[in-house]
Ligand binder design. Structure first.
Ligand code: GLY
Length: 334
């Protein structure tokens, strides 16, 4: 008889694990709340190069491995339209911003993963503000429509007979041979001591309107006088993100966060000023002290996949593979 797996968490991580386990022959039960979490707010950039920073070598490795999986099979069973961009252009607004980008580009080259520098960024993306010249292209990065991916993974899970039930307050409520804790910032409520904490980020959705300049074709990331902003294409507009600060479990989008994002987005691409401000939201990234996700076995029938920080969508395929490998070991041992 098929062995049973309970996955706690219905975001991109929980769904990816559930789908992979169902494909491997497990009978899977997914426990989740009706509330929308970080996966619903996310920008959906799959961007290990442009999110990279010296000192984060391990995260770069994991991100590159997971991006490879996005390119080589993770999208099987999902509609092609979930992919909304196939390149990132990272640009700098002032000299200090350009120096920051050079630091990242030099570090990536030293790691063996060079990006393509440019001093003619507006030739790549003519909608950029005048005066923006310096940057680099990361040509293998992708962006996905986060909400479409979550919906499509859920639909794929349903086709694979994954069953849904409500959230659990304690692991003792779960009946299964194995359980995976994959509920982001709530993971420590099920396994006290897991070092996962919420880090807030405001994210905006701008909608294209008739007569406006077109939506950019690639992800635009920018350093704007020391702050960072990203513009992620969607079929109907762009997602603008994101602030980053700690404020407990507060998910109210506050005026200063929204204002900074709008100022920076329009400083990079002035034409966005004519778009409709369709949504302002805030998500809570599940962050760990070292910035690395916690994906491991906790005891003989409990595993964890949490703490993906800024990189939940990027690292979902790698996480699903790691958990699948752990589950295979457990099948062999029992
Ligand atoms: N990955 C982008 C963010 O967390 O804002």
């Amino acid at each position: 008889m098929a062995r049973t797996l309970a996955v706690v968490g219905g975001g991109v991580i929980g769904l990816s694990i559930a789908r992979r386990a169902a494909l491997d022959g497990w009978t899977v039960q997914l426990h989740c709340t009706r509330e929308r979490g970080a996966s619903w707010v996310a920008g959906g950039m799959l961007a290990p190069h442009s999110e990279g920073w010296p000192g984060e070598e391990r995260l770069l490795q994991l991100g590159l491995e997971s991006l490879r999986l996005w390119h080589t099979g993770f999208l099987d069973g999902l509609p092609a339209e979930v992919v909304t961009a196939r390149e990132s252009l990272v640009v700098a607004v002032d000299r200090a911003d350009a120096a920051d980008l050079r630091t990242v580009a030099d570090w990536l080259a030293a790691q063996g993963h060079p990006v393509e520098p440019t001093t003619a960024a507006r030739e790549v993306e003519p909608l950029l503000a005048q005066g923006i010249r310096h940057g680099f292209r990361a040509t293998t990065e992708l962006a996905v429509d986060n909400r479409a991916v979550v919906d499509a993974l859920a639909a794929h899970c349903e086709r694979l007979s994954v069953r849904w039930s409500g959230p659990v307050a304690a692991l003792t409520e779960v009946e299964a041979d194995e359980v995976v804790i994959a509920n982001g910032i709530d993971a420590p409520t099920l396994w006290p001591g897991l070092p996962v904490r919420p880090v807030k980020g405001e994210v905006l959705r701008l909608r294209w309107r008739k007569g406006c300049m077109p939506v950019p074709q690639r992800v635009i990331r920018a350093r704007v006088h020391g702050r960072q902003v990203y513009l992620v294409p969607r079929p109907d507009g762009v997602v603008v993100g994101a602030t980053q600060y700690e404020h407990g479990r507060d998910t109210a989008p506050v005026v200063t966060g929204v204002r900074d994002l709008l100022d920076d987005a329009c400083a990079v691409m002035p034409a966005l000023g004519e778009y409709e401000l369709a949504e302002a939201a805030a998500g809570l990234r599940p962050m760990t002290p070292d910035g690395l996700p916690i994906v491991e076995r906790l005891d003989s029938h409990t595993l964890v996949a949490a703490g993906h920080g800024r990189n939940g969508f990027l690292l979902a395929p790698w996480t699903a593979e790691r958990i699948a490998a752990e589950l295979e070991v457990s099948v062999g041992a029992k």
